[in-house]
Design a protein around this ligand. Sequence first.
Ligand code: 7GP
Length: 839
Amino acid sequence: SFPMEKFRGTILHHPPSHCFDNSVESIKADLTEKLFSMRAKFPEVATLNDYYLALSYVVRDRVLHRWIHSAHTYFQQASRTVVYLSAEYLMGPQLGNNILNLGIRKQVEQAVAEMGLSLEDLLEQEEEPGLGNGGLGRLAACYLDSLATLQIPAFGYGIRYEFGIFDQQIKDGWQVEVTDRWLRLGNPWEVPHPERRYEVRFGGHTEAGYDAQGRYRVRWVPERSVMGTPFDTPVLGYGVGNAIILRLWQAEARESFDFQAFNLGNYYKAVDDKVMSENITKVLYPNDEPEAGRRLRLEQQYFFVACSLADMLRIFFQRDTDLDRLPDKFVVQLNDTHPAVAVAEMMRLLIDDNGLEWDRAWKITTGVFAYTNHTLLPEALETWNVDLFGKVLPRHLEIIYEINHRFLMEVNRFFPGDAGRLSRMSLFSEAGEKRVRMANLACVGSRAINGVAALHTDLLKQTVLKDFHELWPEKFSNKTNGVTPRRFMALANPGLADLITQSIGATWLRDMDRLKGLEPFARDNAFRDQWAEVKHQCKVRLAAMIRKKTGMAVDPDTLFDIQVKRIHEYKRQHLNVLNIITHYRRLKQGLDMDAPARTFIFGGKAAPGYVLAKLMIRLITGVADVVNHDPDINGRIKVVFYPDFNVKNAQHIYPAADLSEQISTAGKEASGTGNMKFALNGALTIGTLDGANVEICQAVGPENFFLFGLTADQVAATRQAGYRPCDVYDGNEELRAAMGMISGGLFSGGDPGMFAPLIDSLLNEDRFMVLADYAAYVQCQEQVGRAFLKPDHWHAMSILNVARMGMFSSDRSIAEYCRDIWHVEPVPVVVPDETCDID
Ligand code: 7GP
């Protein structure tokens, strides 16, 4: 590897400084050159994808220029650095975002136009890296964007899954999962560094003994090992020279061939190890799948944690030798518990590999980590069977036992003789099979713990992490989520962004509190008309996408009522459906004839093994089939299931919404971030007091928000009082009718059995209080309909929503993490010879 030690102290060289000419002529010339040098094509035979790749390489050169100067600056200043550990990143397409952040949109548009291409077509070519499930993975991506923009030295570390989240197709109304082969046509954005690989060991056993100095030492004798190779993707800040790196690890065999087996003539045995090793980063696991025996998933977690911490120590040792200073140089944020094994790995690195004593190692470890929790659902809290854990990571299990032993002694000092508390706080659950509790490990190993919205953090303190809060109240804080306005406003909705910029100037994209300046425009008729026209154009564009993807025609003049997110019982897509059916039935009866015509749009993936969620998709498509073709309805209701919801599609969907559906059972959605993306694009929200909805409602004002349903406290109290969904059912004629239409087979081609599991679960248990909130929801939807009929007032509310949403920029979230948890300062990067400013 590169002899970095030569660079310690003094800097000998500057990185190459390249004067990139961002003129139209120069971009055209570079594009032709890349077509030749990277694709070996001349224009007459180049495909659209060749042009996409060539343009990406043109842009990548400019991106790398910023990255190399950033890396050099951070190195030179030995800057305190944030390490973000996340098993998931949902980055979305890169080309458009990089063009935006380089500030070269106009030139690129013109350059490709002069070559007979359209930038929009080229952008559509890009296959996004779907390396995450949903909210948690997309949050990580927004946070990288804001870290770069706020000029914070940072690394995002994760896993380079060969297959990301499955592609969703809808066949006969059902979800069908298709392998996501995102790397098939190549990925121009990453730079592999095979020269910088790390070995990661698994299995085997440990041996205790004494070293030469007579100190007690444990030696891990692993059974096998794999190599981790990093692939780097630069992430640009907006309006600054800074870039940071997303470093994803790919597993490879130590040797491509087992030479001994090969020499014995067993070719297949020889490649076995290669195949086994590469399996570790083959595929992303979907949420909500039964965890049973998923050894590979544990191996994935340890694999990327081990590579990342080794890399962090390598960087540390470039400039320092004293490990006690590690917490001064790095802070490691655990994005939920998927990387929580890092606590044990750090102890192993310090004690076994670097010879530190336990107490010193523990002080360093607990000075480095911080933990973000993303869920209150008990079934989503991660635990691992102890036997499995011990087989994969025998040394780490020992370390966790020791951490637990010392920790429980401390608990016992604070709360003497409280056996119940000891068993709740233990890192091991002993009821049934013995399991390691990853959330408890993360709490014990971290100096800061946070939830992702005010309500969520309160509930964490009162429920799942109550005991930890009682022991260490000072560790807890709230960090309400945010989303990046660059991707979800400027890139996704240039029409809206331009209108805002014309009105209040361009600084809002880096300083979202400036959106406040839009408030007076809510009363300005001419502005409202422009606002309405932008929304209308977005709806026209989405209607065209819907036509292309589903063949369905929808009318952009109708109310676009949209729910896009993972399909889950707690998110209650079925509550939305029950309202649609109710509305449908009323129209059939000649009621509600003055309600505005609506297009109900759904999108989202169901975990492949989550039967009820898949049934919910089938219910939506079944209702769509009946309602869309009913001549009595005559277009007053249309229902669309938009297939394959992902970041790329989302960028078309959020801007086109009139109404955003955020209707989870109060107390179940940790934060939500789609709620923010909709509101920032001028949608009004219908929602419960759940997650960040609470703060959104407060920020935009309850008069600009359609609030309904039980509060979290009422949900808990109703449950306590012995909630019986069948009583609600018996007492509401419209609800009975709607559910009767489902169970009667109207939406399943006459098959009354199809939706029985869904109906039964609502009638017998209704864990998520769908029936309890039904009447309030239907009523609130009527209010929405009436409000939509007064367009001036509607658009005024829409403008006020955007004007007051500034605090939901991920820049605000990241600034709070920096101030309260990370204690890290901006490090501005000056890029020499940049010829182009942000436009
Ligand atoms: C999600 C939460 O469900 C969502 O409410 C939140 O906005 C988002 O994280 C970001 O904080 N959680 C996940 O995506 C997830 O996988 C399991 O949670 C740990």
